[in-house]
Design a protein around this ligand. Structure first.
Ligand code: AP5
Length: 220
């Protein structure tokens, strides 16, 4: 069976994590987020987590070699044998090329779903995001408030602001996205695998469009 890889592309705050949790269930593919993998490493006190932290806290990208080793280790696990849903990877041309080589070698297919959201909305979403320190579930102070202030709806854990969600770091992350990641749109478009999705709508509407785009792409 040909493995299927689906990439959620889009700027910080576009809703990749929010949508990936549901889309992964819908498509039956494990959700693999490089940002989450780094944060897990950090929480476990690994050398990789320690090295990544300085880059993440300042809004810069973690160097490609660290990202690639960690990501390819993760997707070599048995749960990814039939495919996976990528969130936050690739983010640079060398990462996209490395992924392409790997998928060509195994004959896996790829679809790229590109979420577009205006900058002002991204800043608003990121600075208002609150993340559960227990299970990683994401809330927003206005758009997805928790039932009990400061507590996660899923597990009751403490909600915190991510250290890279301050206005200064958000500005840097958006600039890094425009410079290093956005060029991937053209790269994937020229390969005929990019699907544009308007991410500036209610989460349920965005989800329906992603589902549709994923099924259209799978049929071609
Ligand atoms: P990562 O964790 O991947 O962060 P990101 O890409 O910047 O994306 P975010 O998690 O901030 O946003 P999201 O699109 O998932 O939005 P969310 O659904 O949470 O990366 C962090 C750092 O790790 C990077 O800066 C880098 O240093 C490093 N890194 C990771 N991968 C790397 C790689 N491949 N190479 C190099 N370095 C790497 O939504 C945001 C908020 O908006 C939430 O509060 C949510 O409730 C709300 N929201 C979501 N959808 C909607 C909607 N439709 N309407 C209103 N609000 C909404």
């Amino acid at each position: 069976m040909t493995a299927r890889v689906v990439v959620l592309l889009g700027p910080p705050g576009a809703g990749k994590g929010t949508q990936a949790s549901r889309l992964s269930v819908e498509l039956g593919l494990p959700h693999v987020s490089t940002g989450d993998l780094f944060r897990e490493n950090l929480a476990q006190g690994t050398e990789l987590g320690r090295r990544a932290k300085a880059f993440m806290d300042s809004g810069r990208l973690v160097p490609d070699e660290l990202v690639l080793e960690m990501l390819f280790d993760r997707v070599a696990r048995p749960d990814c044998a039939e495919g996976y849903l990528l969130d936050g990877f690739p983010r640079t041309l060398p990462q996209a090329q490395a992924l392409e080589q790997r998928l060509e070698a195994s004959g896996a297919s790829i679809q790229v779903l590109d979420l577009a959201v205006p900058d002002a909305a991204l800043v608003d979403r990121l600075t208002g995001r609150r993340t559960c320190s227990g299970c990683g579930n994401v809330h927003h102070v206005r758009y997805a408030p928790s039932r009990v202030a400061g507590r996660c709806d899923k597990c009751g854990g403490e909600l915190k602001q991510r250290s890279d969600d301050t206005p200064e770091v958000v500005e840097k992350r958006l600039a890094v996205y425009r410079q290093q990641t956005q060029p991937l749109e053209g790269w994937y478009r020229s390969r005929g695998v990019l699907h544009d999705v308007d991410g500036d709508r209610a989460p349920a509407q965005v989800f329906e469009s992603l589902k549709r785009a994923a099924s259209e792409g799978a049929a071609t």
